[in-house]
Design a binder for this molecule. Structure first.
Ligand code: G3P
Ligand code: CA
Length: 293
């Protein structure tokens, strides 16, 4: 099964106390997706086939299935708080149109944290989930920690939230997620924005990072300078591409890894496993786990 590298590093030790380390040399850390067996199974937006996505019940649903890793999406409110939600607007996963009918287009960035805390983020998924809230990042981290789970944190739409990388690092540090144990084994930060991933790497060189997307093979070396993972959609993934990623060493001197998304059925899971991926991000982590053995 999964082996996590045990490498004590200067950067990891620095991570106990430092938040931003401009100019700090990149040091080796452990990529939790550096596999030596079956791919890591990561619950996408929590176990989002079974509970409303990006909520605390979705974290607990993953835990109930025995899944260690959860993925989430982090954005910022009007008053600078970090919240866990996928869309940059609120209507799909909350009752915001009923609670605030005059606030179209209901963008996350236009609402305060107190306003978002009033919203029902569960009823859209099923009446059983009525009253579920959009979690703050602090609440989310505490739930993951309480379950002894691990977090693949996605910085969602960072172009809408200048400086959100430092805001996220600050909350992670305040919640105890930037100590050596978390940084080495329990945390990966990813984004579709190369600039955002690079900013995280520059701010905290010890953190494992991932780039979401499928850069051309010729461009992979430039990504390897600031990331440890290349995480593409499964739809265009090939064995050759996975091998090309694996041939390169990432920001911490270890082979780049590949976690692919979003694979929700057994046949798809077997297919990407056989392509050689290191991680599978899925709404149905039990289905994927059972399929890949
Ligand atoms: O973790 C990968 C996946 O979450 C990226 O796509 O749109 O679900 O955030 P999206
Ligand atoms: Ca995501």
């Amino acid at each position: 099964m999964y082996a996590r590298t045990s490498v004590t590093t200067a950067a990891a030790l620095l991570g106990v106390s430092a938040l931003i380390l401009p100019g700090t040399a990149t040091a080796a850390t452990a990529d939790p997706a550096a596999r030596c067996g079956s791919p890591l199974v990561i619950a996408h937006r929590g176990a989002s086939a079974y509970a409303p996505e990006n909520t605390l019940p979705a974290v607990d649903a993953a835990d109930a299935l025995g899944i260690d890793w959860v993925e989430n999406d982090v954005q910022r409110t009007k008053d600078g708080r970090l919240v866990v939600i996928h869309d940059d607007s609120l209507p799909r996963t909350t009752d915001v149109e009923r609670v605030f009918p005059d606030r179209a287009p209901w963008k996350v960035k236009d609402f305060t944290a107190a306003e978002i805390a009033r919203l029902d983020a569960g009823s859209w998924f099923g009446e059983r989930w009525a009253g579920t809230r959009v979690p703050t990042l602090e609440q989310y981290l505490r739930a993951v920690e309480a379950n002894q789970q691990k977090l693949l944190l996605e910085i969602k739409s960072p172009e809408l939230y200048p400086g959100i990388e430092n805001d996220i690092l600050r909350v992670l540090r305040q919640e105890g997620w930037l100590d050596r144990a978390h940084v080495r084994n329990k945390l990966v930060i990813q984004s579709f924005s190369a600039d955002s991933v690079r900013a995280v790497h520059q701010g905290r060189p010890d953190i494992t990072t991932g780039f979401l997307g499928t850069p051309p093979v010729a461009q992979l070396p430039s990504y390897a300078a600031f990331t440890d993972q290349i995480n593409p959609t499964h739809t265009s993934l090939t064995e050759e591409y996975v091998a090309a990623v694996h041939r390169l060493k990432g920001a911490h001197g270890k082979p780049l890894t590949v976690s692919t998304w979003t694979v929700n059925d057994a046949a798809g899971a077997v297919r990407v496993r056989d392509l050689g991926v290191d991680g599978i991000i899925t709404n149905n982590p039990d289905v994927v786990r059972d399929a890949i053995g």
